[in-house]
Ligand binder design. Sequence first.
Ligand SMILES: NC(=O)c1ccc[n+]([C@@H]2O[C@H](COP(=O)([O-])OP(=O)(O)OC[C@H]3O[C@@H](n4cnc5c(N)ncnc54)[C@H](O)[C@@H]3O)[C@@H](O)[C@H]2O)c1
Length: 432
Amino acid sequence: MKLCMIGTGYVGLVSGVCFSDLGNDVVCVDKDINKINLLKKGKIPIYEPGLLEIVTKNYKNKRLTFSSDLKTSVKNSDIIFICVGTPTKKNGSSADLSQIFNVAKELSSSINKFKIIITKSTVPVTTGDEIEKIISKKNIKNKFSVVSNPEFLREGEAIRDFTFPDRIIIGTNDKKSNRILKNLYSPLISKGAQYVNTSRRAAELIKYASNAFLATKITFINEIANLCEKTDINVEDISIGMGLDKRIGSRFLRSGPAYGGSCFPKDTKSIISTANKFKTNLSVIKSVIKSNEERSKLLLNRVYEILNKKIKNKKITFLGVTFKANTDDMRDSSSLSMIPVLSRKGAIIRYFDPTGYKSEFKKLKNVSFEDSIKKSIEKSDLVIIHTEWNDFKSINFKNLVKGKKFAIYDMRNIYSPTKIKAQGFKYFSVGR
Ligand SMILES: NC(=O)c1ccc[n+]([C@@H]2O[C@H](COP(=O)([O-])OP(=O)(O)OC[C@H]3O[C@@H](n4cnc5c(N)ncnc54)[C@H](O)[C@@H]3O)[C@@H](O)[C@H]2O)c1
């Protein structure tokens, strides 16, 4: 099939590349010309393990192309996936859908034969109806079909998640589109993915409800971790004990910093905003958002306690600043709410992240990037393990920085408290 991905970011690039690997002809379109030029030179603009290899393979065999010409790319394709960003509105909490509607307007003048137009971006309930209205202004109804096909991949695991999804949700009442899409996804269905056909609005809501539920699970165990800290209980025992109940499940039940990333913070706010529009009170999700916002403050208070409330001129290291491991994505990472506060209080902050320097901290006083774990920790008073990269899982602190005894705040519970304390370090973790 001939596919066009509009928006070549984490979702558009990964799904486009994977579709080409399944034998389709795919053009990935982006208005960011630098991104397209990089890709044409064989360079990947994002950090995603394994992506370079399959981009190179499919680009070479010409099943995958890159373009900034949206109109021609749409004309030459049968199925169009809209994969542009849907961030939170500035000064608001609802989703900013301007990128989506701009694309809908732009592509509406390129419908030269029947096209299936799919929103893979996460969009609020009724967005599909709006897209249909926009395209209908220039086209008769039987020339196109607007379908919702939300994406559930996780950054860092994106290729595996796309190739072996738990489920494929197709929101459409149009039988022809459903048949074509079932055929498109048949290689994944034959590997075990469940194919679910719903109404378009249901598909839109499934995505938000899923993200809100996962955010709830993380927030829930984070609050339980707070109780464990007060009652001398190891929260990991609770996670194991709860997670073995099949009704609950063990995933997303590990305590740590506030959840972040490009999806949960914006999607929880957006579903509340949608519910407000339809005069419905989603009180559970509201309290999840509040609890998560308080979490960074709570962990900062712990940092103050560890440093005996003396922050000025204290040397603090962050190991990992992205919101999770195996991605370079900084969007809504909890490090963005902690590092600026510590910098304002006079701390001297060094950070090391396997994905390198982060421009987000450029303007902050006394915040610098070091290009190795050793350099980042050797002068430290406190080392904060913020992200659970494998690189941080077996550091021999004692050998790496001989004679130095800093405190360690392991926000991911990577290390055994007894072993680290035996090496002479003050060690703090989460919920244990
Ligand atoms: N990142 C994830 O892990 C993830 C997972 C599931 C769903 N989603 C959803 O998928 C959507 C995309 O997320 P992302 O992380 O890939 O975003 P992103 O910011 O990485 O990529 C979006 C791309 O769209 C491009 N774009 C914007 N307007 C355009 C236009 N008019 N024409 C061509 N290109 C245009 C941008 O230049 C950018 O490269 C969002 O709705 C997000 O919520 C993201």
